[in-house]
Design a protein around this ligand. Structure first.
Ligand SMILES: [Zn+2]
Length: 81
């Protein structure tokens, strides 16, 4: 092992520059994402998974309000007069 930089490939990642699949690696020393197919590189985004979780939670609560249970009342037509 004499590699100067340590890289970890991201399974299923698509390069935003050339569109190549499984060519994106993360440089463990600099935390940069880089594409081994075209040489594209960018700084690692800040914790994308956290905002994803918050979105799911807010959606779930919104759905709960939408589908709030209400008692169904049967109206007797004779009682309206
Ligand atoms: Zn690329």
């Amino acid at each position: 092992m004499s590699n100067t930089s340590r890289r970890r490939f991201i399974a299923g990642a698509v390069c935003p520059e050339c569109g190549a699949l499984d060519k994106i690696a993360v440089d463990l020393d600099s935390d940069q994402r880089l594409c081994v197919a075209c040489g594209f590189s960018e700084a690692r985004p800040v914790a994308p998974s956290i905002s994803e979780v918050q979105t799911r939670v807010s959606r779930a609560s919104a759905r709960r309000v939408e589908t709030a249970a209400e008692p169904v009342r049967l109206v007797d037509p004779k009682a309206t007069d």
